[in-house]
Design a protein around this ligand. Structure first.
Ligand SMILES: Nc1nc2c(ncn2[C@@H]2O[C@H](COP(=O)(O)OP(=O)(O)OP(=O)(O)O)[C@@H](O)[C@H]2O)c(=O)[nH]1
Ligand SMILES: [Mg+2]
Length: 260
Protein backbone atom coordinates (compact mmCIF):
# COMPACT_ATOMS: atom_id res chain seq x y z
CA UNK A 1 0.00 0.00 0.00
CA UNK A 2 1.53 3.29 -1.07
CA UNK A 3 0.55 6.37 0.94
CA UNK A 4 0.56 9.69 -0.79
CA UNK A 5 -1.20 12.98 -0.08
CA UNK A 6 -3.60 11.25 2.28
CA UNK A 7 -4.52 8.60 -0.31
CA UNK A 8 -3.78 4.94 -0.05
CA UNK A 9 -2.83 3.48 -3.41
CA UNK A 10 -2.62 -0.28 -3.79
CA UNK A 11 0.39 -1.31 -5.83
CA UNK A 12 0.49 -4.81 -7.30
CA UNK A 13 3.82 -6.31 -8.30
CA UNK A 14 3.28 -8.70 -11.18
CA UNK A 15 5.57 -11.34 -12.64
CA UNK A 16 7.47 -10.18 -15.69
CA UNK A 17 5.82 -10.36 -19.07
CA UNK A 18 7.58 -12.31 -21.79
CA UNK A 19 7.05 -12.22 -25.53
CA UNK A 20 3.91 -14.23 -26.28
CA UNK A 21 2.32 -13.40 -22.91
CA UNK A 22 -0.91 -12.23 -24.58
CA UNK A 23 -1.19 -15.71 -26.08
CA UNK A 24 -0.79 -17.30 -22.67
CA UNK A 25 2.94 -17.83 -22.44
CA UNK A 26 4.34 -17.78 -18.87
CA UNK A 27 0.90 -17.26 -17.28
CA UNK A 28 0.91 -14.08 -19.35
CA UNK A 29 -2.83 -13.92 -19.80
CA UNK A 30 -3.44 -13.98 -16.07
CA UNK A 31 -0.88 -11.25 -15.50
CA UNK A 32 -2.34 -9.13 -18.27
CA UNK A 33 -5.87 -9.53 -16.92
CA UNK A 34 -4.72 -7.85 -13.70
CA UNK A 35 -3.46 -4.95 -15.79
CA UNK A 36 -6.90 -4.74 -17.44
CA UNK A 37 -8.46 -3.94 -14.07
CA UNK A 38 -5.85 -1.44 -12.93
CA UNK A 39 -6.27 2.35 -12.81
CA UNK A 40 -2.68 2.80 -13.92
CA UNK A 41 0.00 0.56 -15.40
CA UNK A 42 3.65 1.03 -14.41
CA UNK A 43 6.04 -0.43 -16.92
CA UNK A 44 9.31 -1.03 -15.09
CA UNK A 45 12.37 -1.42 -17.31
CA UNK A 46 15.92 -2.44 -16.51
CA UNK A 47 18.37 0.29 -17.49
CA UNK A 48 20.27 -2.31 -19.55
CA UNK A 49 17.20 -3.55 -21.41
CA UNK A 50 15.15 -0.49 -22.36
CA UNK A 51 14.33 -2.08 -25.72
CA UNK A 52 11.96 -4.46 -23.89
CA UNK A 53 9.48 -1.58 -23.76
CA UNK A 54 8.46 -2.46 -27.33
CA UNK A 55 7.77 -6.09 -26.32
CA UNK A 56 5.70 -5.00 -23.33
CA UNK A 57 3.71 -2.50 -25.38
CA UNK A 58 3.03 -5.13 -28.03
CA UNK A 59 1.86 -7.70 -25.48
CA UNK A 60 -0.42 -5.18 -23.76
CA UNK A 61 -1.80 -4.15 -27.14
CA UNK A 62 -2.40 -7.79 -28.18
CA UNK A 63 -4.28 -8.29 -24.90
CA UNK A 64 -6.63 -5.43 -25.84
CA UNK A 65 -5.06 -2.96 -23.44
CA UNK A 66 -4.56 0.52 -24.89
CA UNK A 67 -2.15 2.56 -22.84
CA UNK A 68 -2.17 6.36 -22.73
CA UNK A 69 -4.83 6.56 -25.39
CA UNK A 70 -8.38 7.82 -25.24
CA UNK A 71 -11.39 5.92 -26.52
CA UNK A 72 -11.64 6.88 -30.22
CA UNK A 73 -14.46 9.38 -30.79
CA UNK A 74 -16.79 7.15 -32.75
CA UNK A 75 -20.45 6.87 -31.77
CA UNK A 76 -22.67 4.03 -32.94
CA UNK A 77 -26.44 4.09 -32.61
CA UNK A 78 -27.68 0.68 -33.67
CA UNK A 79 -30.94 0.51 -35.61
CA UNK A 80 -33.27 -2.23 -36.85
CA UNK A 81 -33.75 -1.28 -40.50
CA UNK A 82 -32.71 1.21 -43.17
CA UNK A 83 -29.09 0.14 -43.49
CA UNK A 84 -26.07 2.06 -42.26
CA UNK A 85 -25.67 5.81 -42.42
CA UNK A 86 -22.17 7.11 -41.86
CA UNK A 87 -21.54 10.68 -40.70
CA UNK A 88 -17.92 11.59 -41.10
CA UNK A 89 -16.47 15.06 -41.51
CA UNK A 90 -13.10 14.65 -39.84
CA UNK A 91 -11.45 11.43 -40.96
CA UNK A 92 -10.53 10.22 -44.44
CA UNK A 93 -11.34 6.57 -43.75
CA UNK A 94 -13.48 5.41 -46.73
CA UNK A 95 -17.18 4.82 -46.03
CA UNK A 96 -17.15 1.36 -47.63
CA UNK A 97 -14.36 0.31 -45.26
CA UNK A 98 -16.38 1.55 -42.26
CA UNK A 99 -19.50 -0.33 -43.29
CA UNK A 100 -17.42 -3.44 -44.02
CA UNK A 101 -15.98 -3.42 -40.48
CA UNK A 102 -19.44 -2.88 -38.98
CA UNK A 103 -21.02 -5.66 -41.03
CA UNK A 104 -18.30 -8.11 -40.02
CA UNK A 105 -19.25 -7.30 -36.42
CA UNK A 106 -22.94 -7.88 -37.13
CA UNK A 107 -24.04 -4.24 -37.32
CA UNK A 108 -26.10 -3.79 -40.48
CA UNK A 109 -28.40 -0.94 -39.48
CA UNK A 110 -27.87 2.32 -37.65
CA UNK A 111 -26.04 5.63 -37.49
CA UNK A 112 -22.27 5.94 -37.16
CA UNK A 113 -20.84 9.32 -36.18
CA UNK A 114 -17.09 9.68 -36.62
CA UNK A 115 -15.50 12.56 -34.71
CA UNK A 116 -11.99 11.12 -34.46
CA UNK A 117 -9.52 12.80 -36.84
CA UNK A 118 -7.34 10.27 -38.71
CA UNK A 119 -9.38 7.32 -37.48
CA UNK A 120 -7.64 4.05 -38.36
CA UNK A 121 -9.34 0.74 -39.16
CA UNK A 122 -7.81 -0.71 -36.02
CA UNK A 123 -9.32 2.04 -33.86
CA UNK A 124 -12.69 1.43 -35.47
CA UNK A 125 -12.43 -2.29 -34.72
CA UNK A 126 -11.52 -1.38 -31.13
CA UNK A 127 -14.72 0.63 -30.79
CA UNK A 128 -16.93 -1.96 -32.44
CA UNK A 129 -15.58 -4.94 -30.50
CA UNK A 130 -16.08 -2.93 -27.28
CA UNK A 131 -13.80 -5.03 -25.06
CA UNK A 132 -10.74 -2.83 -25.20
CA UNK A 133 -9.38 -1.26 -22.04
CA UNK A 134 -8.00 2.28 -22.03
CA UNK A 135 -5.60 2.74 -19.16
CA UNK A 136 -2.96 5.37 -18.37
CA UNK A 137 0.63 4.15 -18.04
CA UNK A 138 4.02 5.37 -16.83
CA UNK A 139 7.36 4.02 -17.97
CA UNK A 140 9.94 3.64 -15.19
CA UNK A 141 13.63 3.01 -15.82
CA UNK A 142 15.19 1.24 -12.85
CA UNK A 143 18.80 0.63 -11.73
CA UNK A 144 20.11 4.01 -12.80
CA UNK A 145 22.68 3.74 -10.00
CA UNK A 146 24.63 1.39 -12.27
CA UNK A 147 25.13 3.87 -15.12
CA UNK A 148 26.16 7.48 -15.73
CA UNK A 149 24.05 10.34 -17.02
CA UNK A 150 25.37 9.96 -20.59
CA UNK A 151 24.03 6.42 -20.64
CA UNK A 152 20.61 7.67 -19.59
CA UNK A 153 20.67 10.47 -22.19
CA UNK A 154 21.24 7.83 -24.87
CA UNK A 155 18.09 6.00 -23.75
CA UNK A 156 16.21 9.29 -23.51
CA UNK A 157 16.93 9.66 -27.21
CA UNK A 158 15.08 6.42 -28.00
CA UNK A 159 12.29 6.35 -25.41
CA UNK A 160 10.56 9.55 -24.44
CA UNK A 161 9.19 10.46 -21.07
CA UNK A 162 10.37 7.71 -18.76
CA UNK A 163 11.00 8.19 -15.03
CA UNK A 164 14.56 7.22 -14.07
CA UNK A 165 14.87 5.66 -10.62
CA UNK A 166 16.97 3.39 -8.48
CA UNK A 167 14.86 1.18 -6.25
CA UNK A 168 18.03 -0.01 -4.57
CA UNK A 169 19.48 3.43 -3.75
CA UNK A 170 16.06 5.14 -3.43
CA UNK A 171 16.93 7.66 -6.14
CA UNK A 172 13.98 9.67 -7.50
CA UNK A 173 11.45 7.42 -5.77
CA UNK A 174 9.57 10.40 -4.30
CA UNK A 175 9.27 11.82 -7.79
CA UNK A 176 7.88 8.50 -9.00
CA UNK A 177 5.29 8.53 -6.22
CA UNK A 178 4.21 12.03 -7.18
CA UNK A 179 3.98 11.02 -10.85
CA UNK A 180 1.83 8.01 -9.94
CA UNK A 181 -0.49 10.20 -7.89
CA UNK A 182 -0.76 12.88 -10.58
CA UNK A 183 -1.27 10.37 -13.38
CA UNK A 184 -4.15 8.81 -11.47
CA UNK A 185 -5.76 12.28 -11.43
CA UNK A 186 -7.19 11.72 -7.97
CA UNK A 187 -8.61 14.50 -5.85
CA UNK A 188 -9.40 14.55 -2.12
CA UNK A 189 -12.85 15.46 -0.89
CA UNK A 190 -13.40 16.02 2.83
CA UNK A 191 -16.84 15.32 4.21
CA UNK A 192 -18.28 17.51 6.94
CA UNK A 193 -21.51 16.02 8.28
CA UNK A 194 -23.80 18.51 10.07
CA UNK A 195 -22.84 19.00 13.70
CA UNK A 196 -20.22 16.28 13.51
CA UNK A 197 -16.51 16.80 13.57
CA UNK A 198 -14.77 16.86 10.19
CA UNK A 199 -13.77 13.55 8.73
CA UNK A 200 -9.98 13.47 8.60
CA UNK A 201 -9.80 10.71 5.99
CA UNK A 202 -10.62 12.20 2.62
CA UNK A 203 -12.78 10.51 0.07
CA UNK A 204 -10.63 9.80 -2.98
CA UNK A 205 -12.34 10.73 -6.23
CA UNK A 206 -11.34 11.22 -9.87
CA UNK A 207 -10.73 14.71 -11.29
CA UNK A 208 -13.82 16.48 -12.64
CA UNK A 209 -16.11 14.40 -10.43
CA UNK A 210 -19.48 15.87 -9.49
CA UNK A 211 -21.47 15.89 -6.26
CA UNK A 212 -23.52 13.10 -7.87
CA UNK A 213 -20.38 10.92 -8.19
CA UNK A 214 -19.63 11.49 -4.50
CA UNK A 215 -23.21 10.60 -3.53
CA UNK A 216 -23.04 7.41 -5.57
CA UNK A 217 -19.85 6.47 -3.81
CA UNK A 218 -21.24 7.00 -0.32
CA UNK A 219 -24.60 5.27 -0.58
CA UNK A 220 -26.97 4.32 -3.39
CA UNK A 221 -29.87 6.22 -1.77
CA UNK A 222 -27.95 9.49 -1.55
CA UNK A 223 -28.80 10.62 -5.08
CA UNK A 224 -32.50 9.82 -4.62
CA UNK A 225 -32.70 11.63 -1.27
CA UNK A 226 -30.40 14.49 -2.21
CA UNK A 227 -31.65 18.01 -1.39
CA UNK A 228 -28.56 20.19 -1.86
CA UNK A 229 -24.96 20.42 -0.68
CA UNK A 230 -22.65 23.02 0.83
CA UNK A 231 -19.11 23.30 -0.48
CA UNK A 232 -16.00 24.97 0.93
CA UNK A 233 -12.90 25.22 -1.27
CA UNK A 234 -11.59 26.20 -4.67
CA UNK A 235 -14.54 24.90 -6.71
CA UNK A 236 -16.87 27.56 -5.25
CA UNK A 237 -16.86 31.36 -5.26
CA UNK A 238 -17.57 31.70 -1.55
CA UNK A 239 -17.47 29.42 1.50
CA UNK A 240 -20.42 27.15 2.25
CA UNK A 241 -21.90 27.83 -1.20
CA UNK A 242 -25.08 25.89 -1.90
CA UNK A 243 -24.73 23.61 -4.95
CA UNK A 244 -26.59 20.86 -6.79
CA UNK A 245 -25.75 17.36 -8.01
CA UNK A 246 -23.97 18.57 -11.18
CA UNK A 247 -21.46 20.78 -9.38
CA UNK A 248 -17.88 19.81 -10.27
CA UNK A 249 -15.56 19.44 -7.29
CA UNK A 250 -11.87 20.24 -6.95
CA UNK A 251 -8.99 18.83 -4.94
CA UNK A 252 -9.22 19.62 -1.20
CA UNK A 253 -12.88 20.68 -1.29
CA UNK A 254 -14.99 20.16 1.81
CA UNK A 255 -18.55 18.98 1.32
CA UNK A 256 -21.71 18.76 3.39
CA UNK A 257 -24.59 16.88 1.82
CA UNK A 258 -28.15 17.68 2.94
CA UNK A 259 -30.70 14.96 2.35
CA UNK A 260 -34.51 15.25 2.18
N1 LIG B 1 21.79 -1.97 -8.73
C1 LIG B 1 20.48 -2.09 -8.61
N2 LIG B 1 19.95 -3.33 -8.53
C2 LIG B 1 18.63 -3.47 -8.40
C3 LIG B 1 17.77 -2.33 -8.35
N3 LIG B 1 16.51 -2.78 -8.24
C4 LIG B 1 16.57 -4.12 -8.22
N4 LIG B 1 17.84 -4.54 -8.33
C5 LIG B 1 18.35 -5.92 -8.34
O1 LIG B 1 17.87 -6.56 -9.51
C6 LIG B 1 17.61 -7.95 -9.25
C7 LIG B 1 16.21 -8.32 -9.69
O2 LIG B 1 15.27 -7.66 -8.87
P1 LIG B 1 13.78 -8.19 -8.73
O3 LIG B 1 13.06 -7.27 -7.85
O4 LIG B 1 13.79 -9.63 -8.34
O5 LIG B 1 13.32 -8.06 -10.25
P2 LIG B 1 11.94 -8.52 -10.90
O6 LIG B 1 11.93 -7.91 -12.25
O7 LIG B 1 10.81 -8.21 -9.98
O8 LIG B 1 12.08 -10.07 -11.07
P3 LIG B 1 10.89 -11.15 -11.07
O9 LIG B 1 9.98 -10.83 -9.91
O10 LIG B 1 11.62 -12.46 -10.87
O11 LIG B 1 10.23 -11.05 -12.37
C8 LIG B 1 17.85 -8.16 -7.75
O12 LIG B 1 19.13 -8.71 -7.60
C9 LIG B 1 17.81 -6.74 -7.18
O13 LIG B 1 18.60 -6.59 -6.07
C10 LIG B 1 18.37 -1.03 -8.43
O14 LIG B 1 17.73 0.02 -8.39
N5 LIG B 1 19.71 -0.99 -8.56
MG1 LIG C 1 9.36 -9.20 -9.04
Amino acid sequence: MMQYNGSKIQVLDLPGIVEGASKGKGFGRRVLSVARNADLVLIVLDVFQPELLKTLETELHEAGIRINKGLPKVFIEKGHHGGLSIHNQVSNIPNNLVSEVLRIHGINNGRIIIKEPNLTVEQLIDVVSGNRIYVPALVVLNKIDLVDSNFISEIDYKIRGFIPISADRKINVENLKRSIYEKLTFIRIFLKPRGDKMDNEPLIMKQNCTIRDVCLKIHRNFVKNFKYAYVWGSSVKFSSQKVGLDHILQDNDTLRIILK
